[in-house]
Design a protein around this ligand. Structure first.
Ligand code: NAD
Ligand code: ZN
Length: 375
């Protein structure tokens, strides 16, 4: 900003609703079944020296599996197994960073996240916080990161979130659940190997896959839509429909969902998500409901906003015999309900995308309460 001021330049627009935004993209990506085997070669060129390790943050669901043996861990590299039972927290990021800084004399050569959105987001956040002072919670928001992060690589093992392409890492902080949105968040390298998603339990496959489907619906029906987002959103939506409505071969399905996730993530980069995501944040904050299932729980009751999207969603639920939990919000206290509503209402850019500038005339606390009570 200082430089901009000196040069008399206007502030660079960063808000979702501003017109021209200069986005970082993932500069390198490997794709294909079995491509995980190229990881060692890719990392070799990024190793600073033998004292600067590669740190692998790996979903602990892979404990004792052959995937761990295939990780190209050499020199003083470290593999850290992490549970994805809870979504990433700022204090967890701070603890990992502290541990790495204490253990090594040099900053790591790279951070590699292997897992779903939870592990990908942790890897992004740790890479940022190794070079930026203070706690991760100080950077939740938009464009608060000022130093370049450590080289970081994302390797998804479940498809749908689009976290592999996005410029955010969503964290639960002491005060809010919010992403660190910055140009330094985006991965430097992504490795897409559809074979890694083999073994994802069916319900989880559906919930995380629906995150992608809902990204498409919210982006394509949003007021921020432009040709850039539309092109990615439409492709992603077609792929989701093939995966969730047709009878295709499993290996084909894994490949298609992986690419749907990528395109869905690209689609929301230049637009925004909408009503389901805003309300799902409330569920996540108050009840710890995870992102994928939370989106589904909300989305089923959004026919008013997305009639066609909800009708197709119901077909997908029926085809895969998924029964969503009921009574999730039935035991909420008044103050918990109020918090949930205020967290959801706080997601202004999402509402603005969904309903336009005058969204406050459509969305009231009572309206949100009525939807939450159905869940
Ligand atoms: P996840 O990472 O939470 O994993 C879900 C479950 O699947 C876990 O139990 C995990 O162990 C298991 N799993 C993952 N891969 C597996 C495999 N190959 N075999 C068997 N089990 C496997 O799920 P997710 O839905 O991918 O991620 C949700 C997280 O992503 C949330 O924290 C959400 O906030 C975040 N998110 C981030 C962005 C972004 O742009 N940064 C976007 C959307 C969601
Ligand atoms: Zn999402």
């Amino acid at each position: 900003m200082e430089v901009n001021k000196q040069m008399g330049l206007k502030k660079i627009p960063t808000k979702a609703s501003e017109e021209f935004r200069n986005f970082p993209m993932v500069p390198r990506v490997v794709y294909g079944k079995g491509s995980f085997n190229t990881l060692g070669g890719i990392l070799m060129t990024k190793r600073k020296h033998s004292e600067a390790p590669m740190i692998y943050l790996v979903d602990d669901v892979f404990e004792g599996t052959e995937l761990l043996d295939r990780i190209p861990s050499i020199f003083c590299d470290q593999i850290i197994l992490i549970s994805a039972d809870e979504e990433p927290k700022t204090e967890q990021v701070d603890a990992l960073v502290k541990m790495i800084l204490e253990k090594y004399t040099e900053l790591p050569s790279g951070i590699i996240g292997i897992g779903g959105g939870t592990l990908l987001d942790l890897a992004k956040a740790v890479a940022i916080m190794l070079t930026n002072k203070g706690s991760a919670s100080e950077y939740q928001g938009w464009d608060l990161v000022n130093k370049k992060s450590i080289y970081h690589v994302g390797i998804p093992t479940i498809s749908g979130t689009g976290a592999e392409v996005s410029r955010t890492t969503v964290l639960m902080g002491p005060e809010k659940k919010l992403g660190i949105n910055s140009d330094y968040t985006t991965f430097d390298q992504v490795l897409l190997d559809p074979e890694l998603t083999n073994g994802v339990p069916k319900e989880q496959w559906f919930y995380t896959g629906m995150d992608c489907y809902i990204h498409c619906i919210e982006s394509l029906n949003g007021t921020f839509l432009n040709a850039f987002s539309k092109s990615y959103g439409e492709k992603s939506l077609d792929l989701c429909k093939e995966v969730f409505l047709e009878d295709i071969d499993e290996s084909d399905s894994r490949e298609k969902l992986m690419m749907a996730s990528w395109h869905g993530g690209m689609s929301i980069a230049y637009s925004q998500v909408g009503v389901a995501h805003a309300m799902s944040y409330g569920l996540g904050y108050v009840l710890g409901v995870k992102h994928g299932i939370g989106n589904c729980l909300v989305f089923q009751y959004l026919e008013e906003f997305y009639p066609e999207g909800v009708a197709v969603f119901n077909k997908m639920l029926a085809k895969h015999k998924i029964v969503l939990p009921k009574g999730v919000c039935s035991n909420l206290s008044v103050s918990e309900m109020d918090t949930m509503i205020s967290v959801a209402m706080g997601m202004e850019p999402l509402w603005e995308n969904a309903l336009g500038e005058n969204w406050k005339s459509i969305i009231t606390s009572d309206k949100l309460k009525a939807i939450y009570q159905k869940i």
